[in-house]
Write a protein that binds this ligand. Structure first.
Ligand code: MLT
Ligand code: ZN
Length: 479
């Protein structure tokens, strides 16, 4: 076979060598397959790649990485491709190969006594949750994209989600890791120990590195007991300050039972009701803000429902809550959760939107929302703020929908100015410009401002030490 160049770096010889490792099933070169893997779901970035490589096990991943390293070809690792920040799209010049983790899809081990699962990178988060549930356990991580997002990506971006208030982020669940390093070495770190105090914590270096240091191929995750009782309520409140008051009431009553405390704006919820089939408001009339509160306990007969009602009655009597609906069945619980989970999709259908995945101390959420809303309205009359998200951990998705009559392309071109307005308020409250979505391709330009000096310099030294040739997910995270 002649060694024709497909791109400046990818040659037919390399493609054939990879095919010899992964077989026909492991290599997609058809433009319809490579096109899907070259774009993010938000359609912010359109790259190009000549092949999507789908290794079936860790050894194949390592062999592919070695071949690419020898040829100097960069690799973009891709799981479910659900990144909010373009973290898994290849470059436009076609110089990078996409390595899909989809076929690394085995649950290797699940131990209900150790309360751990050893799981490969390509298992979807949903499938991992179901596997844990089969053994009476709960994998306590839940995000809107869990049906598609894969464990490798979830860990690579240190996903947060709905249960951080109780269980922390993805990084808090990782006991062990297996990863392929940029030179093709396999690091076998799949220990499932609760105590292992042996030098630098390497697994946490890979969690949150967004594929820039190596490829996560498997992990040991911590599980918790499956809840025996779950109670969910959907509450209407006048202001975000009232939502905070409600949160404090639940904390004071029984902080350990709170498994989610999510905020939604009236406007954002109206988009869900309008654009998502079969979505209905479980209350008589709309309100400026809503809260979804979920309590859960592994204790049987804990009277959680009574507990929930007791707090709500107090809050209703005090005028903190205007109205509330408590789910009576699994179906009602799912319907309430759907109102929250479909926020992103509904915003996409409503028009162009700019996302701000930010965090502030929980106590500052109401002030942040009020001030950021005013700042954006002053910047662009008619702009529609739709704050929502994980109020219980301080992570608000302060998304902004285009003014009704605006041109979407023009609106999206204003994104840096809009983001900066929001971030002025985030700074004031010592918050973060990226709470749970990561940096990807969207936010590296913000790193010098927010993490410059010693912090960014140290990150660069770590990157240079582990991936000196810059072959792992180039252009992501670091500016
Ligand atoms: C969510 O919590 O639903 C996503 O992280 C939100 C987003 O669209 O910004
Ligand atoms: Zn979120």
């Amino acid at each position: 076979m002649p060694d024709t160049a497909i791109s400046p770096t990818v040659t037919m010889q390399l493609i054939e060598a990879i095919r010899a490792v992964v077989g026909e099933r492991g290599l997609l070169t058809d433009p319809s397959d490579t096109a899907a893997a070259s774009e993010d779901w938000r359609r912010l970035y359109k790259g190009r790649t000549s092949a999507v490589v789908r290794p079936a096990n860790t050894e194949e991943v390592a062999a592919v990485v070695r071949l690419c390293a020898a040829a100097g070809v960069p690799i973009v690792t891709q799981g479910g491709n659900t990144s909010m920040v373009g973290g898994a799209v290849p470059a436009e010049d076609g110089s990078e190969l996409v390595l899909s983790t989809a076929r690394l899809n085995r649950v290797r081990d699940l131990d209900p006594v150790d309360m751990t699962m050893t799981i490969e990178a390509g298992v979807t988060l949903k499938a991992a949750q179901l596997a844990a549930a089969e053994h009476g356990c709960l994998l306590p991580l839940s995000i809107s994209s869990e049906g598609t997002a894969q464990i490798g990506g979830v860990l690579a971006v240190n996903a947060g989600g709905n249960n951080t208030v109780r269980y922390g982020n993805a990084r808090d669940l990782v006991l062990g890791l297996e990863a392929v390093l940029p030179d093709g070495t396999i690091w076998h770190g799949l220990r499932r120990l609760r105590k292992d105090n042996t030098g630098y914590c390497l697994r946490q270096l890979f969690v949150g590195s967004e594929g820039t240091l190596g490829i996560i191929t498997a992990a040991v995750l911590k599980l918790v007991p499956q809840p025996k009782e779950v109670a969910v309520a959907f509450c209407a409140v006048e202001t975000a300050a009232a939502a905070l008051d409600l949160f404090a009431r639940f904390q004071a009553h029984d902080v350990a039972s709170i498994s989610a405390f999510e905020l939604m704006s009236g406007l954002g919820t109206s988009f869900v009701l309008q654009h998502i089939p079969n979505a209905t408001l479980p209350l008589d009339r709309p309100a400026p803000f809503y809260v979804l509160v979920e309590l859960a306990t592994p204790r049987p007969n804990a009277g959680l429902r009574g507990s929930l009602e007791e707090v709500l009655e107090g809050a209703l009597a005090a005028g903190v809550v205007i109205d509330a609906a408590v789910a009576e069945s699994d179906a009602q619980r799912a319907a309430i959760w759907r109102l929250r989970e479909e926020h992103s999709e509904a915003q996409k259908r409503e028009g162009a939107s700019v996302k701000n995945d930010v965090s502030v101390p929980v106590s500052k959420v109401p002030a942040f929302i009020e001030e950021a809303t005013a700042a954006c309205a002053a910047l662009m009359p008619g702009i529609r703020a739709v704050p929502f998200g994980h109020m219980g951990d301080g992570n608000i998705h302060f998304n902004l929908e285009q003014p009704l009559d605006a041109d979407p392309v023009w609106f999206l071109a204003q994104d840096h100015a809009i983001v900066e307005k929001v971030n002025e308020v985030v700074r004031k409250y010592d918050g973060s410009f990226s709470a749970e979505h990561g940096i990807g391709k969207l936010k590296p330009y913000m790193m010098p401002d927010w993490r410059g000096g010693a912090e960014l310099a140290l990150m660069r030294r770590i990157k240079d030490a582990i991936d000196p040739r810059g072959l792992m997910n180039p252009g992501k995270v670091l500016p």
